[in-house]
Ligand binder design. Structure first.
Ligand SMILES: [Fe+2]
Length: 320
């Protein structure tokens, strides 16, 4: 049911009495709430939203919200990223991993990894939510003890919501880590590549310009950090390339099978070394962290524009 139909549109004008979006958990009704008629929202045509209010682009319309809590942000992320489609393939708990107490969120921090360092920096930056690629849960119950307990305690004590998106962020065709790598390398008309848990999460294709391995490293840039490993085992210039971010060295075998010239991933693997050498596959292991900053950065940019929230990227490289 639309909140308007329930007679609580008066809350639009006052931040303090904003409606409780937790009642609008179902996305259809949630966006029904956001997409109310312009006349119900006096500021609708203003050039910029009033302080503390956020604006959504929905079905080509700009709509102000009165209050953005974690569930409203969750609904927004679910319109961007295919969390439902990866439910069976991804053992990580995508979505809200730790909720806040329902407080308004005016700033979201973005980081690659959930850790006490990123939590602390997000809280110090005034963020109400931290969005990460690698969250706290990986498909099995975890005792609330030790490091895990410290992390959970920090989130609760600082009322910091934690939001994680793993494989849907690797795979997304425009916002994802691998789309980011494909763009940097100049892969033309990228096609899905690299099966992981039954889903292809990487991309492959012809390079717009043939590249040496050194040129490919420069193209990616890695934010000025050296890649973990560079293995120029194949042709001097690569014409085809596949990219699978993170810990996907095993997917080098798929690249070999498909006759791809250059394979880019995050982590190197001793097990793969001799097969890549003998199969004459050029390979770049850019680092797990360094190949997975692209997705969170792209979602952050989208979020800043789409939700009109303050955002901040927290760079906490592991060097791995
Ligand atoms: Fe990863």
């Amino acid at each position: 049911m639309l909140l308007r139909e329930r007679g609580i549109t008066g809350a639009w004008g006052s931040r303090g009495s904003a409606p409780d979006l937790s009642e609008a958990w179902n996305y259809g009704s949630l966006f029904g709430y956001f997409a109310q008629a312009p006349e119900a929202v006096p500021e609708y045509n203003a050039a910029a939203p009033p302080p503390g209010r956020t604006v959504l682009e929905f079905n080509g319309r700009r709509v102000y919200t009165g209050f953005m809590n974690s569930r409203a942000v969750d609904a927004y992320f679910r319109t961007l990223l295919d969390l439902e489609g990866f439910a069976a393939a991804d053992p990580s708990m995508n979505g809200i991993q730790a909720d806040n107490d329902g407080a308004e969120i005016t700033k979201i921090a973005f980081a690659v990894d959930a850790s006490l360092e990123t939590f602390t920096r997000a809280a110090n930056a005034g963020a109400g939510m931290l969005f990460v690629h690698h969250g706290l849960f990986w498909g099995r119950p975890l005792r609330i003890a030790g490091v895990h307990r410290d992390r959970i305690r920090f989130l609760l004590e600082h009322n910091l919501a934690l939001y994680a998106v793993h494989l849907p962020l690797d795979q997304h065709p425009s916002l994802g880590n691998n789309a980011g790598l494909a763009d940097l390398l100049g892969i033309e008309a990228p096609e899905p590549f690299g099966e992981y848990h039954g889903r292809k999460i990487g991309y492959k294709g012809r390079l717009a310009k043939p590249l040496t391995v050194e040129e490919a490293v420069k193209r990616i840039g890695f934010k000025g950090r050296p890649p973990l490993g560079v293995y120029p085992f194949g042709k001097r210039e690569s014409r085809t390339c596949a990219a699978v971010s993170g810990g996907a060295a095993g997917e080098a075998l798929q690249a070999l099978d498909e006759g791809i010239d250059l394979f880019v991933t995050g982590e190197a693997s001793h097990e793969i070394y001799n097969q890549a050498l003998e199969g004459r596959l050029n390979m770049i292991a850019g680092g797990h962290y360094s190949t997975e900053v692209w997705g969170v950065r792209r979602v952050m940019e989208n979020c800043a524009a789409g939700l009109n929230l303050e955002v901040e990227f927290i760079d906490a490289p592991t060097g791995l």
